[in-house]
Design a protein around this ligand. Structure first.
Ligand SMILES: NC(=O)c1ccc[n+]([C@@H]2O[C@H](COP(=O)([O-])OP(=O)(O)OC[C@H]3O[C@@H](n4cnc5c(N)ncnc54)[C@H](O)[C@@H]3O)[C@@H](O)[C@H]2O)c1
Length: 457
């Protein structure tokens, strides 16, 4: 079997290498000459656990080029970004990939779209472009097989996860299933193309809405004067409840984008868009906390720990850190960042102590495991405030070193809004997110609560 994989990024390259390692002859195609050169010189364009050894196993049956060539199977794994101005999917890369395949397409070939797309894209956008080859759908086989893997565990998940394969017809479904079964050990579920497109978007939308709910719970908990982390742990003891974790916002190439693909052409959706707004407002919320801590400090500097969108990876796509930094700078704060997983980012310093030195508030935006072990004694900050937006630090240790610690969603040591008092209107942008937070009295006092938690009073 000869497979031509278009797009050698986070999804296309591991997929191509897995096929090659399992016996297929693979031609990897990327429009970026630098990616092709990098691979053909024996290097990898990005890091992912296990990919280096997979590459060495696969390289005898793998080569890279910038143009597709005749093959039995064509697989499309090109980007499908969101147009930030319109919140509508940008399908230009998918269109281009289909047009590049068409001159090489022959009867009985299989084309698989792995890129995430709005429902109906296969029928309306991809198949018509493939048919410009002169070969009709049905004569060539077509399937959509959305990818479920997560960065940091890509190889394990690509092989172990179950998959949904949506085919143009029965032959397409069966052929695509057989092709993936060369390396997929998870269950394969079969359906039509449009349902497969919809399923992928539902999965990520479900997570986005549930994260938004956790984020609202965090804000409500602060208003009520309780600790949302403890409350979530207890609520999740219910056999049918599974609340996710709050945080400083949602990033990445999927969860922050896919809900828009689902709703872009709908006139009915409310909840999905509202969840997006809630999650997109979390950097504002964290900055409001910082503002309340930094009031009165001259030329305040914020030091951000973690700019990747999630823990233990270096991917910064759609990271909430971008918005947090932009808002902070617009308010006049100086910003420095530290993230041991990220190579390039605005204001990034390579040493934690250098980044923190002289700053006034440390804000943990990413739950990298290594942050848990940071010794606060080694940080020479001008003012010792820390906001733990992921609830990962050893708070007692930080309080012991003279830090005032604020944990996102922990209102247990904030003054709750008295019952019966008129609350400001709840809302994303209208309400002052720090309204229930007692202004920190300088110098800040950190106390341990009777139950061992620490924070402001
Ligand atoms: N990264 C993830 O975790 C993830 C998970 C599930 C689904 N997806 C989806 O998979 C798709 C690919 O995502 P990614 O993260 O691999 O993207 P990526 O940006 O890492 O890589 C895409 C690659 O495609 C190349 N490319 C663009 N147009 C091309 C063309 N016409 N022919 C050949 N190459 C072309 C780019 O140069 C780039 O190297 C997207 O639709 C994404 O939503 C990604």
């Amino acid at each position: 079997m000869k497979i031509c994989v278009l797009g050698l990024g986070y999804i296309g390259l591991p997929t191509a290498l897995l096929f090659a390692a399992h016996g297929a002859n693979v031609v990897g195609v990327d429009v970026k000459q630098s990616v092709v050169d990098c691979l053909n010189h024996g290097n990898l364009p990005f890091n992912e656990p296990g990919i280096e050894s997979l590459y060495h196993e696969a390289k005898v049956r793998f080569r890279a080029r910038t143009e597709p060539e005749a093959a039995d199977v064509f697989l499309i794994a090109v980007p499908t970004p969101l147009d930030p101005a319109t919140k509508v999917s940008d399908l230009s890369y998918v269109k281009k990939a289909a047009e590049m395949i068409a001159p090489h397409l022959a009867e009985k070939n299989l084309v698989v779209l792995e890129s995430t797309v709005p429902p109906g894209t296969s029928e309306r956008v991809v198949i018509p472009r493939l048919e410009k080859s002169g070969v009709a759908a049905g004569e060539f086989l077509y399937a959509h097989c959305p990818e479920r893997a997560i960065p940091g565990r890509t190889l394990q998940e690509m092989t172990g996860n179950s998959r949904v394969i949506g085919g143009y017809d029965r032959d397409s479904i069966d052929r695509a299933t057989a092709v993936y079964q060369t390396f997929v050990r998870g269950q394969i579920y079969q359906t039509d193309t449009r349902t497969a497109e919809f399923v992928k978007l539902m999965e990520n939308t479900c997570r986005d809405v549930n994260i938004a709910l956790a984020n609202e719970f965090a804000q409500l908990a602060e208003e009520c004067g309780i600790n949302v982390w403890e409350a979530i742990t207890l609520a999740n003891k219910h056999p049918r409840v599974s609340i996710l974790k709050p945080g400083p916002g949602v990033g990445g190439h999927c969860i922050a984008i896919d809900p828009w693909f689902l709703t872009e052409n709908s006139t009915r959706c409310r909840m999905v868009a509202t969840a997006r707004e809630v999650n997109d407002s979390m950097p504002n919320y964290v900055l409001h906390i910082a503002r309340s801590l930094l009031a009165g400090i001259r030329n305040p500097t914020i030091c951000i720990f973690g700019v990747a969108y999630k823990g233990n990876i270096g991917d910064t796509r759609e990271s909430p850190a971008f918005k947090f930094i932009q808002l902070a700078e617009n308010e006049g704060y100086a910003v420095r960042c530290y993230d041991p997983y990220v190579g390039e980012f605005p204001h990034l310093l390579i040493d934690a102590a250098d980044a923190a030195a002289g700053s006034d508030c440390l804000v943990v935006l990413t739950d990298h495991d290594c942050f848990r072990a940071i010794d606060p004694a080694g940080l020479r900050m001008r003012t010792k405030h820390v906001i733990d937006a992921r609830n990962i630090l050893d708070h007692e240790k930080w309080v012991g070193q003279g830090f005032s610690v604020r944990v996102l969603g922990d209102g247990s040591l904030l003054q709750p809004v008295p019952l019966g008092e008129v609350m400001p209107p709840a809302g994303l942008y209208s309400a002052d997110a720090t309204r229930s937070i007692a202004p920190p009295s300088p110098p800040s006092i950190s106390l341990l609560s009777p139950n061992g938690r620490e924070g402001y009073i």
